[in-house]
Design a protein around this ligand. Structure first.
Ligand code: 3PG
Length: 398
């Protein structure tokens, strides 16, 4: 794979796909600038080499229309503060005015293109549109790991048109941890999977089952497994159409002597609310009318003990309804266990936006080996899928 370090960019205009899809509040202010900060090393590297930088990104899902609330203008402002230099904001991502702005760039200057998803051709990966984007720069770098699972014009079409592309520093780091480390993990290899649903994670579970020494399950998805085992789950989250899948996975675990661990106790509530009545019960004793909200204290201890064995630990998905304080303890304790294991030499890899947010909220972001900036992309990468935005950079013909 070509990396940014191998490019001679002095005096060139480098077109960089970044993932500036950041959360905004109702007033259009940036709530979390992690993804902007994560792109800084690549931008700074290119500027230091004497390049000018043209950044392109999507923001939200405007579905091919110009939606003013999804303009990247607030991002240009924040980026300018973080870089300590002016960042030009283009009125669009293609067109004569933008082409002129790009052509006029001098070494050291930065231009941010407007949201590429304002054009339907972006998601259609339409060739002429990709060609117009490609014409803006002399070289292409993809640093948008978070969007690398999308075969869109800015992630896949442009490098194909330009005949070459390189991965940026963030992309390199993400691939190194989420792909390469997981291929050859330091042992024992433990995976912690949570989140509401099995449906989005079947491939990940299947891929990990054969590789890990232990797979610890929590979150809403645990209850579909319980249902598949014939247990009463009260009003807990259930994916009816995944009960069979859960049953098949459990059969595979049993036959293969694999170590898939489910909670032994859970925190249940009489309704889905932070001020609900709460009790801790064994997982085979969930009362009718109650619902599971978090893993219980015994499970937390078991999972923490497994995590403490070290090696490599990957974590994707909260263990409970962690946005409500009474049900955040499972997620917090797992985060603390991962941080402690990392201090002892384990490699900890966090994937998924909710999990990254939970770790940041616990003040433990610096304590982990790697926190991915990818949501869907990290899930797909960890599931062993080749991401189109990465594959095209590997492709000799691209
Ligand atoms: C993300 O937030 O996961 C990426 O920016 C991709 O966004 P998308 O799911 O709208 O393609």
């Amino acid at each position: 794979k070509r990396t940014i370090r191998e490019l001679d960019v002095a005096g060139k205009r480098v077109l960089v796909r970044v993932d500036f899809n950041v959360p905004l509040d109702e007033a259009g202010r940036i709530v979390d600038d992690t993804r902007i900060r994560a792109a800084l090393p690549t931008v700074e590297h290119l500027l230091a080499q004497g390049a000018s930088v043209i950044l392109m990104s999507h923001l939200g899902r405007p579905r091919g229309r110009r939606v003013p609330a999804l303009s990247l203008a607030p991002v240009a402002e924040r980026l300018s503060q973080l870089l300590g230099r002016a960042v030009g904001m283009a009125p669009d991502c293609v067109g004569t005015e933008v082409a002129a702005q790009a052509a006029a760039l001098q070494p050291g200057q930065v231009l941010l293109l407007e949201n590429v998803r304002f054009h339907p051709q972006e998601e259609q990966n339409e060739r002429t549109f990709a060609q117009h984007l490609a014409e803006l720069g002399d070289a292409y770098v993809n640093d948008a790991f978070g969007a690398a699972h999308r075969a869109h014009a800015s992630t896949e079409g442009v490098p194909r048109c330009m005949g070459a592309g390189a991965s940026g520093l963030l992309m390199e780091r993400e691939i190194a941890y989420l792909d390469e480390t997981l291929r050859c993990p330091q042992l024992p290899f433990t995976a912690v999977l949570g989140g509401a649903k099995i449906s989005g994670k079947i491939e990940l579970i299947e891929h990990l089952l054969d590789r890990v020494d232990a797979l610890l399950i929590g979150g809403g998805m645990a209850y579909t497994f319980f249902k598949a085992m014939g247990l009463e789950i009260g009003d807990s989250l259930l994916e009816e159409d995944r009960i069979d899948t859960a049953r098949q996975l459990l059969t595979r675990v049993e036959k293969g002597g694999l170590d898939l661990q489910l909670p032994v106790d859970c925190v249940v509530a009489d309704r889905f609310a932070a001020d609900a009545q709460v009790q801790v019960v064994a997982c085979d004793a969930i009362p009718r009318g109650w619902q599971g909200m978090d893993i219980g204290p015994q499970t937390r201890q078991r999972y923490a003990d497994q995590i403490a064995r070290g090696g490599t630990i990957v974590w994707n998905g909260p263990l409970g309804v962690c946005e409500m304080v009474p049900f955040a303890q499972g997620t917090q304790q797992v985060a603390l266990a991962l941080a402690a294991a990392t201090r002892e030499g384990a490699v900890s890899i966090i994937g998924g936006g909710d999990t990254a947010a939970a770790v940041a909220q616990a003040g433990l972001a610096q304590a982990m080996t790697h926190i991915s900036t990818g949501g869907g992309a990290s899930l797909e990468c960890m599931s062993g899928r080749v991401l189109p935005g990465v594959a095209v950079l590997d492709d000799e013909e691209s």
